[in-house]
Design a protein around this ligand. Structure first.
Ligand code: MN
Length: 614
């Protein structure tokens, strides 16, 4: 695990999925921005050992660093799940030493007394953001207007439908919820804001209950029924919480948001106008970040919202057609949603709400996006509507989140993705048959798809998400083991080196192997979109095993094709050398990989696909 710790987290800001229940590190816009920069300049390919220039080394290193960051974020996320304690009440918890300490105080709080720091740290550990600071900030603080210039000259219709704003939360800091409400009231024209709906997903925080109740009573005394509340008797998770909020809402348009947001000026008018023109549009504002430590607003570039093949949400570079328009106020076509969205109240029901068979968190935003597109609607992000949102530093929850996201992703795959469902199983590295994962009953969702007469996922990929990479050429996937030492798996190893290693099997992304029908062996992350770095292929470089970007290796006619049969050898087509294990005292686990004369060593990849296409 030595290289895991090499992470310099400050290098990269991570996009955190928007969620009332919990937050996840997902690949950030920084990655696509970086890719765009790399694409605008001459695209620098992965250096080949012995031939690279200093610039290439630098570029390659930077891209490697981003790749490593992403991988580490995923691993960190998995590891965190095992480290987290049962959530403690803020007032009872004991400040622990650790990473969170420095991450709170690196840009804030230098002038606090040790006692104040201790209080701030305890709150931070509980909420995942600096609620100590939030408590001191004004409820009605201004935030910068980060809309593209052209937005200020747009006139919206005088008559627009009213909106209900729903906030869902669990154990959220009262001052953060109240600022979300204040901000909605202050930045939405009064005649358009019909009501605020609060969904408390069974918070166990008494202070929160008392402060909110007092506030609601006061508000409703002035304007009866303006704030509605529902409190769940047990935790239902983010997905069913959103639907609970929708059920209580009465305005023609409903906004489903997290309760840690602040609205920018004129956020509602562009959305209401687009929905008034076409009620089958589901719309997300553009997001900026509220930094979890100092609560400053950090501008994010305009993005569409999509997902990778594990169905984790992610920001995307807007499509080419949008850039070609040269008008940054134009709505951005979006394959899916990050999590917060605005929808026509009745249309939302017609299209099937959210998949309430999903548990806790994750996948529902992807499912909604895919479903709406396949069933005749559309999804877009509006540059002229902006929302700032707190990306938490860590999650104050105990749930094994990955488990839920994976289960929910498989529901989406089975209901909506037709022959491409294999991609989701491949990305999660689980067998398609007898995966041992109970995804619950999906018959209602399949019936919904039939009732709405929806298009195929293939249509969706071609027309809505052409940036997504397809992997119909895969014939085997999983981890790669050698019969000599079957508790070790081929692993992409420390990224900077491009040298694959043998490592204790853990089955996470760095050990993913994909063998294709044209005989490439891809190692590591299944690159989600064409804007991401290419996959890396195993290549025989002068008799040494190396990982090189597949398209580069192919263009340079390198030795990247391998003959492989299950429980057989792995032999390079050109050099005829075999991938083999050799005992080596220098290596952490006693074995090293080499390319040499074939001695009959046998390799196994965990899952075989019958054909490359399904
Ligand atoms: Mn959130």
């Amino acid at each position: 695990m030595a290289w895991w710790t090499r992470k310099a987290k400050t290098f990269v800001s991570t996009c955190v999925i928007l969620s009332g229940v919990t937050n996840i590190l997902c690949l950030v816009y920084v990655c696509w921005v970086t890719n765009r920069i790399a694409n605008v300049n001459v695209k620098v390919q992965r250096p080949v050992p012995g031939t690279h220039t200093v610039t290439e080394q630098h570029e390659g290193g930077r891209r490697e660093t981003l790749r490593l960051m992403e991988r580490l974020d995923r691993l960190e996320h998995v590891v965190n799940q095992h480290l987290q304690d049962i959530p403690q009440k803020a007032e009872e918890s004991v400040a622990r030493e650790g990473v969170t300490d420095s991450s709170l105080f690196s840009h804030w709080g230098q002038d606090l007394s040790p006692e104040q720091r201790n209080i701030a740290l305890r709150k931070f550990q509980y909420y995942g953001y600096n609620s100590y600071l939030s408590d001191q900030l004004p409820m009605d603080r201004p935030i910068p207007d980060l809309r593209p210039d052209g937005c200020r000259n747009i006139n919206y219709p005088a008559s627009l439908p009213q909106i209900s704003v729903v906030f869902i939360f669990v154990n959220e800091a009262p001052s953060v919820i109240l600022r979300s409400i204040h901000s909605a009231i202050a930045r939405t024209p009064a005649h358009l804001l019909k009501e605020i709906v609060l969904v408390d997903d069974n918070s166990n925080n008494d202070e929160l209950k008392q402060r909110l109740s007092a506030y609601i009573a006061e508000m409703n005394a002035r304007q009866p029924g303006f704030i509605k509340v529902i409190r769940h008797d047990k935790q239902e998770g983010l997905i069913r919480s959103r639907v609970s909020g929708w059920r209580l809402a009465t305005a023609p348009v409903v906004a489903l948001f997290d309760a840690h947001v602040e609205f920018s000026v004129q956020w509602a008018e562009p959305i209401l106008s687009r929905i008034q023109d076409d009620r089958t549009r589901i719309i997300s504002p553009s997001f900026d970040n509220i930094k979890y430590d100092n609560f400053e607003i950090e501008e994010y570039p305009l993005s569409a919202q999509g997902f990778d093949w594990e169905l984790w949400c992610r920001y995307l570079n807007p499509p080419k057609e949008w850039w070609n328009l040269g008008n940054t106020t134009t709505p951005i076509r979006s394959p899916a949603l990050i999590g917060c969205f605005v929808v026509d109240r009745v249309y939302f029901e017609e299209i099937g709400l959210l998949d309430e068979g999903m548990e806790v968190y994750g996948g529902e935003n992807v499912e909604l996006g895919v479903r709406v597109w396949q069933c005749g609607g559309s999804v877009e992000v509006l540059p002229c509507s902006r929302l700032a949102h707190i990306e938490r530093a860590h999650k104050p929850y105990t749930e094994d989140l990955t488990k839920h996201v994976r289960r929910n992703a498989l529901r989406v795959a089975e209901v909506w993705m037709d022959e491409f469902k294999s991609h989701v199983y491949m990305a999660w590295n689980i067998p398609r048959e007898n995966s041992g994962i109970d995804i619950g009953n999906i018959s209602d969702r399949i019936a919904l798809r039939q009732k709405l007469n929806c298009k195929s996922f293939k249509w969706y990929l071609h027309n809505v998400y052409p940036e997504m990479r397809m992997y119909t050429d895969t014939v085997a996937y999983g981890v790669l083991r050698n019969s000599m030492k079957s508790d070790l798996c081929l692993d992409q190893g420390p990224d900077m080196d491009n040298i694959p290693i043998m490592y204790i099997c853990h089955g996470m992304t760095p050990q993913n192997i994909y063998y294709t029908n044209n005989q490439q062996l891809r190692v590591g992350l299944l690159s989600p979109t064409v804007d991401d770095d290419d996959n890396r292929c195993l290549v025989d470089v002068n008799g040494r095993p190396r990982l090189i970007e597949c398209s580069y290796a192919k263009a340079k006619r390198m030795k990247l094709y391998w003959h492989f049969t299950q429980r057989g050898s792995i032999q390079n087509k050109k050099s005829k050398r075999c991938l083999e294990l050799q005992q080596s005292a220098d290596n952490e686990f006693g074995f090293q990989l080499l390319l040499d004369k074939c001695t009959g060593q046998r390799w196994t990849i965990s899952n075989l696909l019958e054909t490359g296409s399904s």
